[in-house]
Design a protein around this ligand. Structure first.
Ligand SMILES: [Mg+2]
Length: 349
């Protein structure tokens, strides 16, 4: 069994989900958990999240929470998680504000002023690195940084644009274009970065998932030696794990659909797939090739012309794993474009 990076990898491209003979919570020392769509959604804990994480921790797995949301402080996030019944300290929460503050501190003199266009979480992270948050482009900042803040107004975005136009080095905590809210999909920090770019041109240095500074911050703060990234989003969580060279578990409780997973290019293919966080507590089945297609559990899947087909019985997730192998192998380094609608219907997905 090979648990390092290469779970399911084949010649540098991941072509099937990996198997793991032990529970993932025993095979990896630290879970690096995304929050929205994994632990909670719209202020409510996701089904099975609290019990599964409690069991994983009781079994010895260290839990750390990794969020691209720079608005809130680690203390605030830890308080929310503790309120769900997951006792969490601020040290177990890593935010993109912390990652971008470290990135800035490496590039400007100690004690520099930084124009902070974001929430309290961003300002706290800057102070933690010995930097001084300021509010105006006229405050002689050594850098300008943007982080998500639901209370942000036009005047502060304009300050960012003025500083960028003057050549002040520009940073962003993350560039997620959208953020899921209880009433729908809303503009994320990436959309606010675009507003500044339209006015000022250029592009910021970005710290958040899937960029390496976020993964580096996480490993530095947790001391993880064999981490497992757990997320719901392919282009942040899973790609961030891929860029960091560590294994990942995709849970289907958030934004990723089975069809989206089948169409994933190599950097978006997770090491493992589970319906929800109960997947941390169990071994992962092997997907095997048999010359005509791929088997997992009671299912057999293949790419047949322009269509993906699946046949069998048992846990539908095993069918999805077999389909992933058929789709990813057919696509190689690209995206699978075969029609999966009939196969997913057969799995009830
Ligand atoms: Mg998420």
């Amino acid at each position: 069994m090979n648990e390092q990076r290469s779970a399911g990898a084949d010649g540098g491209e991941r072509r099937r989900p990996g198997g793991c003979g032990r529970a993932l919570s025993a095979a990896y020392d630290t879970a690096l958990l995304d929050l929205d769509g994994v632990v909670y959604a719209g202020g409510q804990a996701i089904a099975h999240a609290v019990e599964s994480l409690t069991a994983a921790r009781d079994g010895g797995m260290h839990l750390a929470y990794v969020t691209n949301n720079a608005a809130r402080t680690p203390e605030a996030v830890a308080g929310q998680l503790s309120g769900f019944g997951l006792p969490t300290t601020a040290a177990d929460v890593i935010t993109s504000a912390q990652a971008v503050a470290r990135l800035i501190a490496e590039q400007v003199p100690a004690g520099s002023r930084v124009l902070a266009i974001g929430g309290e979480g961003l300002r706290v992270a800057l102070r933690e690195r010995g930097l001084v948050p300021v509010a105006s482009a006229d405050d002689d900042p050594a850098a300008v940084v943007q982080g998500y803040d639901p209370a942000l107004d036009w005047e502060r975005l304009a300050e960012a644009a003025y500083a960028v136009q003057r050549g002040v080095p520009w940073f962003a905590s993350n560039t997620d274009l959208t953020i899921p809210k209880e009433r729908g999909i809303a503009p994320g920090n990436g959309a606010l970065v675009e507003v500044v770019r339209i006015a000022a041109g250029g592009a910021p240095q970005v710290a958040g998932k899937p960029q390496p500074p976020m993964h580096r911050e996480t490993v530095l703060r947790t001391g993880a030696r064999r981490p497992l990234v757990v997320g719901d989003r392919l282009d942040t969580d899973i790609e961030g794990a891929w860029n960091g060279g560590v294994d990942s578990l995709l849970v289907l409780t958030g934004v990723t659909t089975p069809a989206g997973l089948l169409a994933a290019p190599p950097e978006h293919r997770p090491s493992y797939v589970a319906a929800d966080l109960r997947g941390l507590l169990v071994p992962q089945p092997e997907v095997t090739g048999d010359g005509t297609g791929f088997r997992c559990g009671g299912w057999h899947a293949a790419a047949s012309g322009a269509e993906l087909v699946v046949d069998g019985a048992g846990d539908p997730l095993d069918g999805l794993r077999a389909l992933c192998a058929a789709a990813w192998t057919a696509a190689g380094a690209g995206r699978c474009t075969a029609d999966a609608a009939g196969a997913l219907r057969q799995l009830g997905m």
